[in-house]
Ligand binder design. Sequence first.
Ligand SMILES: Cc1cc2nc3c(=O)[nH]c(=O)nc-3n(C[C@H](O)[C@H](O)[C@H](O)COP(=O)(O)OP(=O)(O)OC[C@H]3O[C@@H](n4cnc5c(N)ncnc54)[C@H](O)[C@@H]3O)c2cc1C
Length: 536
Amino acid sequence: MKGTKKLLCLTLSLVLMGMTACSTQNTPAPSAEPSGDPQTTSAALQDSDVDVLVIGAGGAGLSAAVSASENGASVIVVEKMSIMGGNTLRSGGAFNSYDPEGQASTKMDDSLKATVEKLLAVEPINDAHKQLIEDVQKQYDEYLASGSDSLFDSPEWHALQTLDAGDYIGNVDLILTLTRNTLDTKKWLTTNGTVWDPTIRTVIGALWNRSAQTTNGSGADFIQALSTQAEKNGAQIYLDTKAESLLQEDGKVTGATITNADGQTVTVNAKSVVMATGGFAANVDMRVEYNTEWADLGESIATNNHPGATGDGIVMGKAVGADLVDMQWIQLMPLFPVSGGGISGYVNNAIYVNKEGQRYVNEDNRRDVLAQGALNQTDKLFFVINDQTEIDSVQIPQDKLDYMVEAGMLFKGETVEELAENMGVPAENLKKTIEDYGKAVDAQKDEFGRSTWGARLDNPPYYAASYTPAVHHTMGGLKINTEAQVLNAAGEAIPGFYAAGEVTGGIHGTNRVGGNAVPDALVFGKIAGANAAAQK
Ligand SMILES: Cc1cc2nc3c(=O)[nH]c(=O)nc-3n(C[C@H](O)[C@H](O)[C@H](O)COP(=O)(O)OP(=O)(O)OC[C@H]3O[C@@H](n4cnc5c(N)ncnc54)[C@H](O)[C@@H]3O)c2cc1C
């Protein structure tokens, strides 16, 4: 089974890379999930006793499996799909982290300073927020006094931006646990086989230049590295194996009832369980049940999630008394491919224009603003415009570009007029839009309030791909504390029960920052695994 799984991961990774030409957070979903038959290479899971049972082999689950096993626990991971990875596998793998070394070459400017100063001036909503502002203010004062012209950043500034982007709904302690552990987790991932692209960028909705990615620009790299390490550490991973419900004795979670790959019901008794089943963006009924923000999240809107993102862990957790938090906040990804191709998800060298060839939004804004902005445009459609500068930055091979252009997935023009004609938008409008944008780049200022500035769009050839919003991320889920213990309605930890990743809620508030979810899964997976291993 081991060989089969690795091959599947690698194959899908290559498919993802090929489709995205690297480095996007809007990785198009593979048209079909590769399927594997674990029965050809291994026996189905039987009744078992184990220290730690991990439910879900995505980023959070595999991070927990490595962490628990390196802390001496025996580990079983069950994954209901035929491949590991979940949404983490689909993701562009953008990983936000304060990283002074990686960010050193990024310069600070007046609009970025204004962004910091704006959040420092916000009236605190509680003591934790007040403390956070004071901490960032102190760091910022020291930074200004140092005379540095490099980008200002810190785990606390990352936390303040995350809190603000989520409209001050997020739990500050959880947010700080995330942002103070990203750099260490990044290093831990490196020791577990992850290879990083040294360039730090701003993925869509990331709000600050702190998005790291692996060299392949794919979340598949995390799955490959962590599953290899988990197996090296002795963890057993079972595919096509679905957790149905949790076992509970005297309030303590003691394992799960599971349908194995042969369709038999088996029991795994465990000293602790880590729930890592991901979100519920692919469950239309749950979307409709919990949504309060968007006009319609029913069948009329697509999702870019893998089909297994059906909220199973939320249902199982609720049944053993877990409290739920922030369930109504569901994120739309503005960048769901319509034409099918694209250059990158980075904002730095891109503008968004509508079918009229006009900009309508600040491209470095929050995702909910970008999504609503796109939904307001003709046919709910918009184009991302890039030129050769972004191609050089993300290094897309010419044959991939040519393929996308020939297949109609990407529009190309040697001139703006030619691009406009191929896109079917008024050339005069697009020309004026790009000229105005050039002036805005020079002035580092525009009418939309943009603060992330790359190059002017004057380096042909020009490229455009079309997009519409799709259901992307569910911010709510099981309520946890900073030790990744699942809490009941009284705020008490449910013994033996841990959770990590998109199945949990409380961090992202109303609107998740782009590039914060993969670190959420990997940071809290690591914490959950270590704590679960210590459970007696
Ligand atoms: C297209 C796309 C691109 C993205 N890009 C980025 C990005 O670049 N950066 C970023 O920060 N975030 C990104 N995100 C969000 C991010 O990928 C996810 O939030 C994160 O990876 C979730 O990790 P997870 O481990 O919690 O869940 P998942 O990775 O989804 O893993 C959950 C696993 O649990 C399994 N499972 C579910 N129910 C059961 C059950 N009953 N029994 C057994 N197994 C079960 C699932 O099949 C799945 O394999 C992206 C999301 C998408 C959809």
